[in-house]
Design a protein around this ligand. Structure first.
Ligand SMILES: NC(=O)c1ccc[n+]([C@@H]2O[C@H](COP(=O)([O-])OP(=O)(O)OC[C@H]3O[C@@H](n4cnc5c(N)ncnc54)[C@H](O)[C@@H]3O)[C@@H](O)[C@H]2O)c1
Length: 351
């Protein structure tokens, strides 16, 4: 281990943590030195699988007994705020899974704690890793499609309508996502946050939102054991962006045939650009310039970009904060909170 190697701990060792371990283990500037989970046996199994030196039964033991520089927080959403704040107070750099928190006030507390600690803070909006979204953001920013007028964005999943990712009825990793008591804000918080980021990263902030959320019946008494299934399954947002463009953003877990599809169409005064992850995440299509009057589309392939895990390690080594940071995570949280008020009160809400 060289002096500058970032010593990283992974907190929460369920499904998504495997991606973190693989990505960080593949980075020569990083060593994953510890794993912790409230389920110690799971942490131990995870450590053995990913060749990680030590395993702990939670944050207290981790902070007390392990020497590390940075932490990757991969627990269910409800624990992001308390765990991140504890790690920040201990001076650790933090990569936190999305959504940054469950509420905007909690997200703001995380931003304050990160500022006070003066460390690197990032939120894992993993679709920023797709070359297509980085390229499209640059196209819109550079004015290639003119002034944005209209946006269509959707994130479709199929796991409530199918067994494409296993049986949600018997999988705690899916069940907590369906239950408000377990800290979930439903599909809106879980993947709505991704699609709001996907749309607003190129187009810019949302000024107001009119949102409908829906929970569909899916089990007797809408309950499976300790899990009350009360968190939203589908979310439909009508939005106005600060630049005046209108848009629809929607997401559901009931869309059989699309395991995990992100779609984005941005139409401007000089052209339209589109990403469809079911086609490719390493390219986009565009109708602009000479093609505009013919209504012709051009497919454009783009090259790989560094992923969030690589950029987090680089930011620590260089001391230069990178995006998406906690401030960005909190901005998105503010939109989600506005959606919840809008749905409850049946009116558009300013963000
Ligand atoms: N960026 C992405 O694309 C992406 C994809 C999947 C999941 N996620 C996010 O990752 C997080 C984890 O999701 P998952 O699917 O891995 O969930 P999961 O239920 O499979 O795993 C969560 C793990 O956290 C552990 N845990 C719970 N409370 C803890 C605590 N206080 N301290 C330590 N460990 C604790 C659980 O025992 C479990 O092992 C969620 O916030 C989710 O939104 C992000």
């Amino acid at each position: 281990m060289t002096k500058k190697t970032v010593r990283l701990a992974i907190l929460g060792t369920g499904g998504m943590a495997n991606v973190h371990a693989e990505r960080f283990n593949a980075n020569k500037d990083c060593a994953v030195v510890a794993a912790a989970d409230v389920d110690l046996a799971r942490a131990e199994g995870f450590a053995a699988k990913h060749n990680i030196g030590s395993a702990f039964s939670g944050i207290k033991e981790l902070l007390r007994e392990s020497k590390f520089d940075a932490v990757s927080i991969v627990t269910p959403d409800a624990f992001h705020a308390p765990l991140a704040i504890a790690c920040l107070k201990a001076g650790k750099h933090v990569l936190c899974e999305k959504p940054l928190a469950v509420t905007y006030p909690d997200a703001k507390r995380m931003v304050s704690a990160a500022k006070k600690a003066g460390v690197i803070n990032m939120v894992n909006l993993s679709y920023r890793d797709w070359p297509a979204i980085q390229a499209v953001a640059a196209i819109v920013r550079d004015g290639e499609i003119g002034d944005v007028r209209h946006v269509e964005a959707s994130y479709l999943q199929a796991w409530l309508a199918s067994k494409i990712w296993g049986d949600w009825r018997t999988t705690p990793g899916w069940l907590w996502r369906l239950s408000e008591k377990h800290g979930s804000r439903g599909v809106l918080g879980d993947v709505g946050v991704h699609i709001v980021d996907f749309a607003t990263f190129p187009v810019g902030p949302i000024a107001s939102v009119f949102c409908r959320l829906k929970v569909f019946p899916k089990a007797p008494g809408n309950r499976v054991g300790e899990y009350v299934l009360d968190a939203n399954d589908s979310a439909v947002l009508n939005v106005e962006f600060k630049n005046g463009a209108l848009g629809t953003i929607h997401t559901t877990r009931w869309c059989g045939g699309h395991a995990n599809r992100l779609f984005l169409k941005i139409a401007g005064t000089k052209g339209t650009v589109e990403i469809d992850s079911d086609r490719t995440t390493a390219g986009y299509r565009i109708c602009a310039g000479d093609d505009l009057d013919k209504g012709q589309w051009r497919d454009v392939a783009v090259t790989e970009v560094p992923n969030n895990y690589q950029r987090f390690v680089k930011a620590i080594r260089t001391g230069k904060q990178d995006q998406p940071d906690f401030v960005r995570g909190a901005e998105l949280q503010k939109v989600l909170d506005a959606c919840i008020v809008s749905d409850a009160e049946g009116r558009p809400v300013k963000v």
